[in-house]
Design a protein around this ligand. Structure first.
Ligand SMILES: [Zn+2]
Length: 270
């Protein structure tokens, strides 16, 4: 693809009559950000928008290639690896998010953008689009497809949106779940996050679409629970961030995208 970046992974993960669920995943070097298109008979719904601008544009081109209008985009939470791409390539689309996410972006979105732009230049959007459509937990039907909007607190982030598609047996967890990669951990959230994952594991769903990595099953939910518990123990035993990272990498040598540890670990040891 352009800008010398490796190709994304693109999969149709579910097909049922005229309905298809597509997943578009960035290269591992760019955190394996997973964004999704729910394609109905007449319209598309987007979930999250990629991190860097070139991949956001590639994701938009893929969605446009399906030849149907975009009804809306849902933003799952306030982290830039999810909202930057909506700003970069979906500014013409109605963007829906939880009120807490909207408030955070209003207060902090531009400062985060300006800060990252100093380091990453044209990978970062030139302005921030703040979602204007607040959502609450509950059921929406869009183009004949049922969307169960679920609010999760105190997990990967203070407030995040997950979306169940009950007719399709697909649960879009976004960053409640990291498939195959290292998790992004805020201090003190391990137990509440684990509780959220236990709920997912007890659900009737079988296919889960994470915010990072490829679609997965309940074995990966258990792997995330195990990871959180181990990371909590390692954090308690580590004198500093370097020791923490080394121990985490030794405990989970096969998990991908370790760069995410460098992003969150300073706050764990601040
Ligand atoms: Zn993320």
């Amino acid at each position: 693809m352009s800008n010398g970046l490796p190709d994304p992974i693109i999969q149709v993960v579910k097909e049922s009559g005229p309905v298809r669920v597509h997943t578009f995943i960035s290269p591992e070097a760019l955190l394996s950000n997973a964004t999704h298109v729910i394609e109905g008979p007449n319209e598309l719904v987007i979930v999250d928008g990629q991190f860097v601008a070139p991949l956001a544009s590639a994701f938009r081109a893929y969605a446009d290639g399906l030849g149907k209008p975009i009804n809306r985009a849902y933003l799952s939470h306030e982290h830039p690896d999810h909202f930057f791409g909506l700003s970069a390539a979906f500014s013409d689309v109605p963007i829906y998010a939880l009120p807490e996410t909207i408030a955070f972006l209003k207060a902090n979105g531009e400062a985060i953008r300006a800060d990252r732009a100093q380091v990453y230049g044209p990978m970062v959007p030139s302005s921030i689009v703040v979602p204007t459509h607040p959502v609450t937990a509950g059921r929406e039907v869009i183009d004949g497809i049922t969307f169960d909007l679920v609010v999760q607190k105190h997990a990967e982030v203070e407030t995040q949106l997950a979306i169940g598609l009950p007719e399709l047996d697909v649960y879009i967890t976004q960053d409640l779940l990291y498939s195959g990669g290292h998790l992004y951990i805020h201090k003190g959230t391990e137990e509440s996050w684990t509780a959220a994952l236990e709920q997912l594991k007890a659900s009737d769903y079988d296919l889960f679409l994470p915010g990072h990595g490829t679609p997965c099953g309940k074995d990966e939910i258990q792997a995330n629970i195990d990871y959180l518990q181990k990371a909590k123990k390692i954090a308690a035993e580590s004198p500093n961030m370097e020791a923490y990272k080394a121990a985490l990498l030794a405990a989970f040598p096969n998990r991908k995208a370790p760069a995410i540890i460098d992003i969150y670990a300073p706050a764990l040891f601040a």
